[in-house]
Design a protein around this ligand. Structure first.
Ligand SMILES: [Cu+2]
Length: 129
């Protein structure tokens, strides 16, 4: 009985020590096409690969044009003409545009809840020439 309670005490300690690494493992984008900071020819799809498998209903993404060549104070324009699909065991999200993106600057903004339920947000920015 005494040994059992000691073992339970040790097990509780191990779980407590393991917690910080679980909390730290927040969802992030580990790769994208176009890649962050690059300039590409008019893409017809955008792909985000996350650090972990996600539940698609928890993921929201938007493609926002933030600047257009030759237009001052363009403001933000949300691009809506795409469909999306998951692959790679729900780690990779592909946004397929009905028309290639026009020249300009873009943010792909995302939010997603990872395994610990915390909602994370981020963005990938790139230029289209
Ligand atoms: Cu978290």
């Amino acid at each position: 009985m005494r040994i059992r309670s000691i073992l339970a005490y040790i097990a509780a300690g191990v779980v407590t020590l393991a917690l910080p690494s679980i909390v730290m493992a927040h969802t992030k984008v580990v790769a994208s096409t176009p890649a962050q900071g690059t300039t590409v020819a008019r893409p017809k799809q955008v792909r985000l690969t996350f650090s972990e498998a996600l539940l698609p209903p928890t993921v929201a993404t938007s493609i926002v044009m933030t600047a257009m060549p030759g237009v001052k104070n363009h403001g933000e324009m949300v691009i809506r003409n795409f469909t999306s699909s998951w692959s790679d065991g729900n780690k990779t999200l592909t946004l397929m545009l009905r028309q290639p993106l026009r020249a300009g600057s873009y943010d792909v903004r995302w939010q997603a809840a990872g395994a610990d339920g915390h909602r994370m947000t981020g963005k990938v920015s790139f230029n289209v020439s």
